[in-house]
Structure formats: structure tokens, C-alpha cells
Design a protein around this ligand. Sequence first.
Ligand SMILES: NC(=O)c1ccc[n+]([C@@H]2O[C@H](COP(=O)([O-])OP(=O)(O)OC[C@H]3O[C@@H](n4cnc5c(N)ncnc54)[C@H](O)[C@@H]3O)[C@@H](O)[C@H]2O)c1
Length: 358
Amino acid sequence: MYSCSRIARGVSRHGPMTKCALKTATTTSTSTTAAGASIPMWTQQHATIHTSGNRPANPVTPKPMNPDPRENPMVGIAPNKDVNVAQRRIADFNLTGRVFVITGGGRGLGLSLAEGLAEAGGYVYCLDRNNKVDRRWEEAARRATEWGGQLHYRQQDVQDAAGLDRTIGTIADTHKRLDGLVAAAGVQQITPALEYRQEDAARMLDINYTGVFMAATAAARQMNKYKCRGSMCFIASMSGSVANKGLLSPVYNSSKAAVIQLARNLAMEWSPINKLDGTGGIRVNCISPGHIITPMVEKNFEEVPGLREKWEAENMMGRLAEPHEFKGACLYLLSNASSFMVSPPPPCCSPPLPLFLS
Ligand SMILES: NC(=O)c1ccc[n+]([C@@H]2O[C@H](COP(=O)([O-])OP(=O)(O)OC[C@H]3O[C@@H](n4cnc5c(N)ncnc54)[C@H](O)[C@@H]3O)[C@@H](O)[C@H]2O)c1
């Protein structure tokens, strides 16, 4: 599980780095950016040093330079967000016929994650408090059918625990199964700690923490009922491990810390299979993203001038994320590919990180 986190952050220690150096060396020694600037890259001399161990007597090794940090290095390498990954799916990531619930799936990160699961063939039910969907949701639902998946919408507030239980129960009963839950519904409130009112703190925790907990227990009931070895992904945040500079949101950050700890506890409680009745086998994990440009964050930018620039400057990648950049992590956690991944470790590295699977 620890090694999965390392791989997700691109710090694999052996093969991939060697392959990368080799490939570059045999193709080119420079690379041209979109702006036309020439960037020195690894040379044949690097490849000799890294792969054979025959170090020349006086090696001259030009130092690699960083590309423009605001440019997404995946552009031109990975399919863009309009190209469907399902065309190239491998069996472990295939979700055909599986059923998923995503709270907060009406927009923002939740909608992108829902689309990712549908692209892999899943039937995905987006639960959200709004009584109707917007144009972006409708477009995502139309795209999903092109790839064999489906997006459905159900109005459901996660603060209504009884309603949540009924809605998830009805979905599971319809398909006679429930394979996964993504708990993404969440709210943010920027207020200095000394001005925080009790009712605001209670509301924040009711949505961001209790809402996740109630969605998880409702889903686990159905997974146990239909003996599905389901998987859950809670959307926490790097704010659960660090206090974000420039953003006064003490209760939001605490609520995300609580979500991370909840995931650890539920993973411990639910992941073993009960040999007597066949229930259990439910994996629980978190994703703790860094800053993503969603409607929630765009509101933060309106409220706090200069916040975007500050976050970009503080981020080690020099930019903020787009929601679709988390589809792969979520698909991994809800598919067979992560069958041995549960129970998050304590944070072991220095944020801010682009993404932390925990
Ligand atoms: N945007 C970021 O930078 C960022 C970073 C880390 C984690 N997150 C987390 O990702 C999740 C999604 O956030 P987002 O940025 O897409 O925000 P968003 O506001 O764009 O989307 C949140 C969705 O949750 C829904 N929601 C809120 N309260 C609800 C309730 N009581 N019941 C049902 N639905 C409810 C909203 O209607 C909305 O559709 C949140 O949990 C957020 O804390 C966001």
C-alpha cells in the first residue's frame, strides 16, 4: 500500500527512471516547448552512465533544465480529457456492469470522477443536493453512453441520512449489486477561527464528515446485502494534513483530517471477509488532492484576491489541477487494480503535494 502511494507520486525507484533515460537518449538530446524554446535533455552519455556502469574517465554531463512548470507535461503524451481511456482499458480497470454511487456528483470533481468510472464501463449514480443538473452534467452523461457506461442523477442531500440510505438502497436493489462509492460532496467556508459560529462549524462537519460517514454505512449495508466486495474512495484533501497558506478555513481542514481517519477505521473494520456469512471484503481509501480548479475554488478566488497566484507559486508543480486529472486515481481505487490497497498510512512526506493517495 505504501508503495502504491509512491508510484502514484511518480517516485518509483528503479525501472521506469532507467527506461525514461534510455528512451530519451536514443531519440533526441533536445526538446522544443510549445513556445519554441529548446530544452536540453538526457544525452547518450547519461544513458551509458545509468545503464552500463562504464563511467567514462572525464564525463561531461550537461545539466537538465526544468521546463515551464505551468505547462502540463502530460499534454501530447496522455489522451486529452475528450479522448476516452476505455478504448485502451486493461482488464483490471474494466468496470463493465458494475454499479457506483458518487455523492457530490452534480459538478466539479465529483462529476469528473463519475465520468471516469462511466468511461470504464460503469453505471454511475450521481447524488447531489441540487434539484436539477446543469449543461456540463448533461454533456458528460451523453458522452458516457458512447463508451458503454451510464450516468444517472438522483437529488439527495447527504445531510438527510435516512433519505441517503433509501436512495442508495433503491439503486442497489435495482441492479442487485453495489460495487463502489465515491464520497465527494463537500463544502468550504473561509472564516477566521475567532469568528467561526457554532452552527457553521456544525453544518460543515455534518456535510464534510458525517455525510461521508452516512454515505459509507449506507453503501456498506448494500454491499454486504448483495455480497459485493465493494470499494470506497473518500475525497479528503491535502488540507486534512496541512494548513493551507492563504486560506483561513479551520473547520474545513479539520473535517478533511477526520475523513482520512474515518477511512483508516472503516478499512480496518470492513476489509476482512467474514467467513461465516460472506460479508465484508470492502476496501476503503482516500484521495487527498491538492488545489483543483472547480466551482468551489473559483469562488475562493473571488473571495480572496491573489489566492490563485499564491497557490500556484507554492505548488511544487507550479500550477493547479483540473478535475479530470483525478479520474485515473479514482478508477484505480474503485477497480480490481487496487485489490490489495486499503488502510491509509500516516502522511510521510512534505506537502503541498499534487495528489496523495491515502
Ligand atoms: N477543489 C479543490 O481544490 C479540492 C481539493 C481537495 C479536495 N476537494 C474536495 O473535493 C470535493 C468536491 O469539491 P469541488 O471542488 O468539486 O467542489 P464543488 O462545490 O464544485 O462540488 C461539490 C459538490 O458537492 C455538492 N454538495 C455540497 N453539499 C452537499 C450536500 N449536503 N448533499 C449533497 N451534495 C452536496 C454540491 O452541490 C456540488 O455539486 C469536496 O469534498 C472538496 O472538499 C476539493
